[in-house]
Design a binder for this molecule. Structure first.
Ligand code: S3P
Length: 171
């Protein structure tokens, strides 16, 4: 059974600050913090790029879904998700039902500034990151907008300021 009471889920594209903001938000609220990407890397012992190579993006999305479900079973969690979680039907349905989903709205320019290319972000390897981020935003933005309960502009402000804004908006 998914806990609807306390857990806060952060969604948004790569480089929207979900991890840095989420970590501070959790600390300020006395919640535990988890990043689904980090949890997957820790439990499998391999990189996200490796999972994409071996199992394809769909394999990764299934792992992401299981990880989301696992942590939603706990209480008082801030969960930072990967930018593509909303493309998976089952994950999207769970997020749609959840009452504390926060979308960190971010411009492509800011994403490029923040989203370092690494084996955590295989979708940005061997391609022009700006066009790829633009392409992803076109299909994903309506989904982020639709399923989120709170929308926050994360272009301006430090992660601390954004975390405080989330706390105010949750009240
Ligand atoms: C992805 C975003 C990444 C990571 C994976 C796929 C995406 O997470 O889950 O590389 O599809 O947008 P961040 O949003 O934390 O960078």
């Amino acid at each position: 059974m998914v806990n609807q009471t306390d857990n806060i889920i952060l969604i948004g594209p790569m480089g929207s600050g979900k991890t840095s903001t989420g970590r501070i938000l959790a600390k300020e609220m006395g919640f535990d913090f988890i990043d689904t990407d980090d949890a997957i890397v820790e439990s499998t012992g391999v990189s996200i790029a490796y999972i994409f190579d071996v199992e394809g993006e769909s394999g990764f999305r299934q792992r992401e879904h299981k990880t989301l479900m696992k942590f939603l079973g706990n209480d008082k969690m801030v969960i930072a998700t990967g930018g593509g979680i909303i493309t998976h039907d089952k994950s999207r349905a769970i997020l749609q039902d959840h009452k504390r989903v926060v979308y960190l709205r971010t411009s492509i320019e800011k994403q490029i500034e923040r989203a370092t290319i690494s084996d955590k972000r295989p979708l940005l390897i061997n391609t022009d990151p700006a066009s790829k981020l633009q392409e992803l935003m076109l299909t994903r933005e309506p989904l982020y907008e639709e399923i989120s309960d709170i929308k926050i502009d994360s272009n301006e402000g430090t992660p601390i300021e954004i975390a405080h804004e989330i706390i105010n908006r949750l009240r």
